[in-house]
Design a protein around this ligand. Structure first.
Ligand code: ZN
Length: 129
């Protein structure tokens, strides 16, 4: 865990993605991790934020298959709500998997995908050794 400090409440996540790190905003006062970012901490009302790098590992809390065509996706894609080990939930895409093999509670890990020069944080199933 690494505290970067002095970040803007809205910028840390995307700055992290550029560096291929998963950074979440963390309340400088009470330490609550918050995603998506918000101007005011919902726990204590503080307006001061730090960033914390998180593991990028978690589990699938829920998921859907989206058939709506979007840039960079020719086929249907799996949209997941991931619950990170740190307890924060975020919505992303699940890559490198067949929708038939997806199930709730499967372990996932973050990966960084470059689509036309824009990096995004997405997830893939954690490969069992
Ligand atoms: Zn707080």
């Amino acid at each position: 865990m690494e505290s970067l400090g002095g970040v803007s409440w809205e910028g840390a996540f995307w700055e992290g993605v550029e560096l291929e790190k998963l950074l979440l905003t963390r309340c400088a006062k009470c330490g609550r991790l918050q995603h998506p970012p918000s101007p005011m901490c919902p726990s204590c009302g503080s307006l001061d934020w730090d960033a914390q790098e998180v593991s990028g590992r978690g589990r699938i809390h829920s998921w859907i298959v989206s058939h709506h065509p979007t840039d960079g996706f020719d086929e249907s894609r799996v949209v997941v709500l991931v619950e990170l080990d740190e307890g924060v939930r975020l919505v992303s895409n699940l890559r490198e998997c067949d929708p038939d093999e997806v199930d709730n509670d499967m372990p996932v890990e973050v990966m960084f995908v470059d689509t036309d020069g824009v990096k995004t944080a997405q997830f893939r199933l954690t490969r069992q050794q």
